[in-house]
Every structure is written in C-alpha cells, then in structure tokens.
Design a protein around this ligand. Structure first.
Ligand SMILES: Nc1nc2c(ncn2[C@@H]2O[C@H](COP(=O)(O)OP(=O)(O)OP(=O)(O)O)[C@@H](O)[C@H]2O)c(=O)[nH]1
Ligand SMILES: [Mg+2]
Length: 509
C-alpha cells in the first residue's frame, strides 16, 4: 500500500520530468531531496528573543553564537553530518567550505571577508543525535533596527516567489506583540497546502526573566503561556505556547565542573549578604561585594545563568538536595521547561514529519506548476488537487484550522472534542481520544466507537448546518482511522503513535 510520501514522491518525479531543462528544475530537485531529509524546523522571533540560545539547548552544545557577531545576522542551518563542516552559500557564486574555530564552544565562522548580506545561508553539518530527526535553522531577528537583517528572515520564511525552505517554525516571543502576530500570519498563509497552524508552535522565551527573576518566575510564565494558548488570535496561528528559559536549558546541557565549583564557593557567604549581592545583575558583578569570586568569574557566571539561574542554582545547592555538577545540571534542565518543548516538538512536529514534508513538497510542485499552467500539465494539476483534497490528513488540518478560527458551528464542548480528535493535542491515538497515554486498548477502542457513533449521528442530522455536517464527516473518518489503527496493530502498547496516524486507509481514494 502506498503512503502519502510515496504518492508525493511520484508526483514530484513526474513534475521534474515534465519541467526538465526549465527554470523550475533546480527548485524541484531540492523539493525532491527534501522528502528524504529530516524535518526542517526554523527558530524564529524578534531580535534577542533567545533563538540561538534555545537552539544550543536543543542541540545540547553551545554552537550558535549568541549576542553580537556577524553570523547572528545570517540564516544558519544545523544538520546532522558525518563530519564537522561549515558550508557558506553566497547569493552570487558557488557554495564553499568556510573555516571555523570554536570559542567557548561557539562556532566562530570565517566569512572570508564577506559582508553577511552577501551570504544566502550557512550550513553547519554536525554529528549530533539531536539533529537526526530535526534539522534546526537559526534565523536573524525579526523587527530588528536594521530592516535589512529582518528582511533576510522574511525572505527565507515567507518568500514572495515560492514556498519556504522550512517545514515548520518554532516561534519565540517574550510578550505577545503585533509584530509576532503579523509574522505568524504571513507564515500561515492560506495557500492550499499551508492552510493550517499545524506547522507552528510558539515559545514564551526567556521565561526566567518574567517578574524580575523571582524564584516563581517559571510558574508565572506558565500562567501567561496558558492565557496565550487560549487567546483566539494565537490559537488560530499556532498549535500551542510553551514557556522556556533557554539560558537555563543551555546551562543544564553544558554545565562545567568549574562553574559548579564557583557556585559552591558562593555558598560560604552568609545568606543575607549573598541575597543582597544578587539583588541585581550590576550589583553582583560590580558592586565590590565581599564575594569569594573575582569579577570576571562572576561576570561569566551571570552570562551563563542569568540572575534567576544564579539564584535558583544557589537555592538548589543549599536546600534542593542537589550536590554534584550533574545533579545541578539535571535540576536546571528540569526547571527550564525544555523537556516540555522537546515533547511538543516530538508530538507536533516529529510525529507529523511525513505530513509536514508532504505539504512542503506539494507547495513546491504547486510553485512549479504556476510557472507554466495550461496544456501539458493538466494531469499534474489534477493529481496535486487530488492529493490535497482526498488526503484525510490534509482534510483534518484544514478542519482544525477552521475550528481554531471559530468557523465551525458546533457547541463549545464539541469543538474541544473535535480539536482533540483532529490531533490538536498531538497525533497519537490516546491524545486524539483525550485519554491517558497508558490507557488500555479496550478503553481506547470503546471510546473511539462512542466518538464514531456520535459524529455519525451528527453527520446524518437532517436539520444540521452544512458546515457542521461537513465537519462531522471528517471527524467520522478520523474515528474510523483510529479504529483501523487499533485493529491493525495488535501489539500496540498504551498506544501513543510515533508515526503520524496518517493515510494508509486513504491511499488511492
Ligand atoms: N535570562 C535569560 N537570558 C537569555 C535567555 N535566552 C537568551 N538570553 C540572553 O539574551 C541574549 C540574546 O540571546 P540570543 O540567544 O543571542 O538571542 P537571539 O534571539 O538569537 O538574538 P538575535 O539573533 O541577535 O536576534 C543573550 O545575552 C542571552 O544570554 C533566557 O532564557 N534567559
Ligand atoms: Mg541569534
């Protein structure tokens, strides 16, 4: 039985043949290659939202330069590789290998005298298990004072002349701002394959800085994130909002023994004196306090952990049952919120990789067809249309979008159920049914049957609104799909699918 990706591959190949030796050849080659690569997730957001720091935390190495430096102004891809290598792709001319050094772990890439504006992108190939399922793309800040820098990110993520090179976006924001909404709106255009917020999640970033770095900062951040999650403007544009303190996560992934030693050394200072020194960053670094660390070490600790991270680390070492450097690192990771983000990336993106890649590839085919519509391409257009309209996963994505935009006439509790069934909380069976991941198969089965019966009735209701009926029909197929999956995988454990519960039963319809 062919899968969605097989069908998309075939369509891309047919389109390539038909468009051989035209301007569309190059882009179509790239579209084809993409189908066999890991999913591409761009990390975007306003200037200094904490994008590079978060990328480092996800990779588990402080690769991406943070703060200043010309490379922060260039779109940079981080992908798994056999060897360590940096490729520079200029706007004009052939790609070339770029020499690099590591400074405190960060990559210091030699642009060979080029201005960042001359570089289309940098590709860092780095052997790393974290990059095996997702390629991460660091982008320059949006809304930067230099519109030139900002426009590089727009040109990459929301190009005017074709589909974007990213399959999904992880959008960082410190507060919800008009610029953020505008960016998400342009990434979420309503073109055929893109009509869904499925490919965007938002991160409430630098969460430790909320509320003047008090020790309950992350709880406050979670409350704010929850409010954003239920804001209709946000829900329409992205799957979810998770608070993350990237700096803490990066420190958790890379904490060194000497840093742990320096923190331990601070514990000899009487508690009141230490609390007073930690009232502000300036005070900690420069006030000439009687602290057992030199100014440079204090400055570096502050860079690594931030004021909140310092306070938290000291509290953990003093009262938190945390002793060794690995224990402290694990506690920082736990407090940072990065595990929740990883889970969201795994359920919302990695588990849907095939669907998201298929969407990107179909957008590539569509772009090629736009260059030459008409005689000789009708069959390709028809196949593109068929894949978009008959693939149930796309129908689910469109309906999820409509539900979140408030365009489906169902009662509130039914809307919630519909959203879950469509994979709004993740594509696994238990998530779709609103059950715990370790629910027994019988419970999953019985619940799926009950949902199926409900939506069948709704689909056949003689007086129901047409849009409600159309929605119910999609939901019936979703329930049937869940039941087919349950029947087709006898050894399914508590049944959270790693693979998207996509289209096997759909293929060829
Ligand atoms: N306290 C705190 N500081 C952070 C966090 N994430 C980043 N920072 C700091 O914010 C500054 C900017 O971080 P970057 O990771 O370079 O941000 P960016 O979004 O990549 O910045 P541009 O690429 O220049 O737009 C650095 O000084 C980081 O140390 C965080 O979670 N908490
Ligand atoms: Mg950056």
């Amino acid at each position: 039985m062919s899968t969605l990706l097989d069908e998309v591959r075939t369509l891309v190949d047919r389109t390539r043949e038909r468009f051989a030796d035209t301007a569309a050849t190059g882009p179509l080659e790239l579209t084809r290659g993409r189908l066999d690569e890991p999913l591409r997730v761009a990390i975007a957001g306003k200037v200094k939202a904490g994008k590079s720091t978060l990328l480092n935390a996800l990779v588990g190495e402080p690769l991406a330069p943070t703060d200043a430096g010309e490379c922060t102004r260039i779109v940079t891809w981080y992908r798994d590789g056999l060897t360590y290598r940096v490729t520079l792709e200029p706007h004009e001319g052939d790609p070339e290998q770029a020499p690099f050094r590591r400074r405190d772990g960060h990559l210091d890439i030699d642009l060979g005298g080029r201005d960042p504006s001359e570089v289309r992108r940098l590709i860092v190939a780095w052997p790393s298990a974290s990059l095996r399922t997702l390629t991460l793309i660091d982008t320059p800040g949006i809304g930067s004072v230099s519109t030139d820098v900002s426009s590089r990110t727009h040109a990459f993520l929301t190009p005017e002349d074709g589909p974007t090179d990213a399959d999904a976006v992880c959008y960082l924001m410190r507060h919800l701002h008009g610029t953020d909404i505008r960016f998400l709106e342009s990434f979420h255009d309503d073109e055929a394959a893109n009509a869904t917020p499925m490919n965007a999640i938002a991160v409430l970033s630098r969460a430790d800085e909320i509320g003047v770095a008090r020790l309950d900062a992350l709880q406050t951040a979670e409350r704010i994130a929850r409010r954003y999650r239920t804001d209709p403007k946000v829900r329409r544009l992205c799957q979810t909002v998770v608070p993350v303190a990237g700096l803490l996560a990066e420190a958790g992934a890379t904490l060194r023994q000497d840093e742990h030693g320096a923190l331990q050394a601070l514990l000899v200072v009487p508690r009141d004196e230490l609390a007073s020194a930690l009232l502000s960053a300036d005070r900690f670094v420069s006030s000439g306090q009687e602290l057992p660390l030199d100014a440079e070490t204090r400055y570096l600790l502050l860079q690594r952990l931030g004021l909140f991270g310092l306070r938290l680390s000291l509290a953990l070492l003093r009262h938190g049952g945390v002793g060794s450097a690995p224990e402290l690192a694990a506690a920082l990771t736990k407090h940072s919120g990065i595990d929740r983000l990883r889970e969201v990336l795994a359920t919302q993106f990695a588990a849907r990789a095939d669907l998201l890649k298929a969407r990107s590839a179909l957008a590539g085919v569509d772009a090629a067809l736009r260059t030459r519509r008409g005689p000789g391409t009708e069959d390709l257009e028809a196949e593109l249309e068929r894949l978009l309209s008959s693939t149930h996963a796309f129908a689910e994505a469109r309906l999820l979008n409509a539900v979140r935009a408030g365009n489906v006439p169902l009662a509130d509790d039914r809307l919630e159920e519909a959203e879950r069934l469509l994979g709004g909380d993740g594509p696994g069976i238990a998530s779709r049914l609103g059950l715990a991941t370790d629910s027994p198969r019988e419970t999953l089965h019985a619940t799926a049957i009950a949902r199926l019966e409900h939506w069948q009735k709704a689909a056949e209701h003689p007086f129901a609104d047409q849009d409600a009926v159309a929605a119910a029909r999609v939901l019936v197929r979703s329930c049937e799909g869940i039941l087919a999956d349950l029947a087709g995988s006898p050894s399914l454990p508590g049944v959270e699918h790693a693979e998207p519960r996509a289209q096997p039963w759909e293929a060829g319809t």
